[in-house]
Design a protein around this ligand. Structure first.
Ligand code: NAD
Length: 264
């Protein structure tokens, strides 16, 4: 336990349930003394997010659909009224039509390409615009990405293209906001069984492959991601910006199947 986040306030976007990566991050931040606000998409999720937020001592739970500019404005205006300023933001949001997270990338439709880019990429920039305006003393922003941005992964398809764009936008945002002492980073997480991941074809196989072939010979947990997020969002990460930090049990350094990997 640490109090490294004592006195810091931040917004967590993308909490759906207790399997969410956002939940691992929120827990690590709250355990380190941070004060948290949460945003959720759609009334149905409020029932889950409200009690989880309460578990971490937060009663600030606000709706936000990142596909809608007015909805993002309403969220940040409510936060401004409540807190005035913000120290950090976590963007743990992605979306693509499930039917295109299997089969071939070449078959991606224009409509789903646009939606995937809008919700999974542009929304982080839209959030950064509003959050930066509430960070007069500087701050830290974090988004979530996956190795499918860098290398072809089965079924990841248009989401891989979107994550590549998201990682590039992290670098551009880091340059634009760096002069204002605002840091912008991404965590590239290994596969974790969440609601969003359940939409990806053969996800169990991908999890097994990662477990057998990553240097640590295991999958990562939302706690692993949360603890690395704590470093990037706290002053421990003060010298780090524009970075895509892999929290994937080392999988991204591997060149081929491990000699001891069992058949799947
Ligand atoms: P999750 O399903 O728990 O979270 C995804 C969240 O995105 C949900 O809370 C959902 O409500 C939100 N969302 C989708 N569309 C939205 C919209 N229009 N407006 C507001 N919110 C919206 O799954 P997760 O795996 O925790 O996903 C969090 C992030 O982590 C995503 O960006 C995902 O791509 C990324 N990621 C996941 C994995 C994995 O294996 N699970 C690996 C690497 C990166």
């Amino acid at each position: 336990k640490t109090d490294i986040m004592a006195g810091k306030r931040g917004l967590i976007m993308g909490l759906a349930n207790d399997k969410s990566i956002a939940w691992g991050i929120a827990r690590a931040l709250a355990n380190a003394g941070a004060e948290l606000a949460f945003s959720y998409q759609g009334e149905a999720l409020m029932k889950r997010v409200g009690p989880l937020a309460a578990d971490l001592g937060s009663d600030t739970v606000l709706p936000c659909d990142v596909g809608d500019e007015d909805s993002i404005d309403a969220l940040f205006s409510a936060l401004k009224d409540k807190w005035g300023t913000l120290d950090f933001v976590v963007h743990a949001i992605g979306f693509s039509d499930k039917s295109e997270l299997r089969g071939r990338y070449v078959d991606t439709s224009r409509e789903n390409f646009k939606t995937t880019m809008d919700i999974s990429v542009y929304s982080f920039t839209a959030v950064a615009q509003r959050a930066a305006a509430m960070m007069p003393e500087g701050g830290s922003m974090l988004t979530l990405t996956y190795y499918g941005a860098e290398r072809v992964m089965p079924h990841y398809n248009v989401m891989g293209v979107a994550k590549a764009a998201l990682e590039a936008s992290v670098r551009y945002l880091a340059e634009d906001l760096g002069k204002d002492a605002i840091r912008v980073n991404a965590i590239s997480a290994g596969p974790i069984k969440t609601l969003a991941a359940s939409g990806i074809g053969d996800f169990r196989y991908i999890m097994k492959w990662n477990e057998y072939n990553s240097p640590l010979r295991r999958n990562v947990t939302t706690d692993d991601v949360g603890n690395s997020a704590l470093y990037l969002l706290s002053d421990l990460g003060a010298g780090v910006t524009g970075e895509t930090h892999h929290v994937d049990a080392g999988y991204h350094i591997v060149g081929m199947k491990a000699v001891d990997a069992p058949d799947i």
